[in-house]
Design a protein around this ligand. Structure first.
Ligand SMILES: N[C@@H](CCC(=O)N[C@@H](CS)C(=O)NCC(=O)O)C(=O)O
Length: 326
């Protein structure tokens, strides 16, 4: 690497020590509207995801909740993100975890995820992030922003899904304002908050974000404790739960130690969040089946060499998630 090149893991601002997330670049909508460039079609779209990544995790949850398994395929990158960014496993590297595992990429023949970004735009100069919603018809990226991908999955494939999944949305009109409101502060302090604490390179930046994170977790605990539940907004599972889950399921296994988010733990200190988490993981297959602790634990601890230079993955806490009945 030359001195001008930045390491793929140089995320914090040099002066302030703050991690600032860049906006996503491909923001097209799959739409049923006449004249749309990206019309919903069976087999046309493909998700590229990492099982470690909380943003990508949202899209896999919604794909399954909406019954889109036979309509939108997906490929998983290897859990290790090295200097070239995410890559697809070679046959030698392919793991065979009991659920979904990294696999050699069959669809495009890409080795690096960035190959797809350059196929979509040869002068692309942004980050090579997952998730990617790939359009196999035009061999381009339709969208790489998880918050937008999940919303188009709720509605735009409804002519193709079976009757049980039609008109099922996780962003119902009557709850839209409440969902937007909760999403805003949870994104800033929790979903992105763990990264802002973990990637901070100054004491001040770290303390600011870790304290804000735990204030937000206390607030979520109170919401769930007093909810007529079992969800954040009462009896209805919504996007607010879908967006919070990937962060909370990674919290004790990774964020507590790797991102130094260790003021409290979910399993010991937040009974209502813990109950909500275990309900989603154990009772709703779209949550449990898309959660892969091997990818989660190995990715963070072995890819972020700026935080963990020797790449040793802590064994605990064990188990990765507690059983339901404790
Ligand atoms: N705003 C994006 C963020 C996605 C994102 O940051 N993904 C991470 C993995 S958790 C990534 O691929 N990072 C690679 C990089 O920044 O080089 C979304 O929600 O879709």
């Amino acid at each position: 690497m030359t001195t001008e090149q930045k390491a793929i893991t140089s995320w914090a601002d040099k002066k302030t020590g703050e991690f600032v997330r860049k906006a996503s670049s491909f923001r097209n909508a799959v739409s049923r509207e006449p004249g749309s460039q990206f019309t919903p079609e069976k087999g046309r779209y493909h998700l590229f995801v990492s099982l470690a990544c909380p943003w990508a995790h949202r899209t896999l949850i919604v794909r399954q909740l909406k019954g889109l398994e036979s309509i939108i395929g997906f490929s998983v990158v290897h859990w290790h993100m090295g200097e070239g960014g995410w890559h697809f496993a070679t046959p030698d590297e392919a793991t065979s975890s009991p659920e979904i595992a990294a696999q050699p990429e069959q669809l495009t023949g890409a080795y690096y995820l960035k190959d797809l970004y350059f196929a979509a735009n040869p002068v692309y100069d942004g980050r090579y992030t997952v998730p990617v919603l790939w359009d196999t018809k035009h061999k381009t990226i339709c969208n790489n922003e998880s918050s937008e991908i999940i919303r188009l999955l709720y509605t735009e494939f409804d002519d193709l899904v079976d009757a049980a999944h039609k008109n099922v949305t996780y962003y119902p009109a009557g709850l839209a304002t409440a969902i937007d409101d909760i999403n805003t502060w949870i994104y800033d302090t929790v979903n992105n908050g763990v990264y802002k604490a973990g990637f901070a390179t100054t004491q001040d930046a770290y303390e600011t974000h870790v304290l804000a994170l735990f204030v937000a977790l206390d607030r979520i605990e109170e919401i769930l404790r007093t909810s007529d539940g079992p969800y954040l907004l009462g009896k209805t599972l919504t996007e607010a739960d879908i967006r919070l889950y990937p962060t909370i399921v990674r919290f004790d296994p990774v964020y507590v130690q790797h991102f130094k988010c260790n003021i409290k733990m979910i399993r010991h200190d937040y009974p209502a969040i813990h109950k909500w988490l275990r309900h989603l993981y154990w009772d709703i297959p779209a949550f449990g089946e898309t959660t892969n602790f091997e990818h989660i634990k190995k990715h963070y601890t072995k890819s972020h060499t700026q935080i963990n230079p020797h790449g040793v993955t802590p064994v605990g806490p064990l188990p990765d998630i507690m059983p339901k009945d404790v």
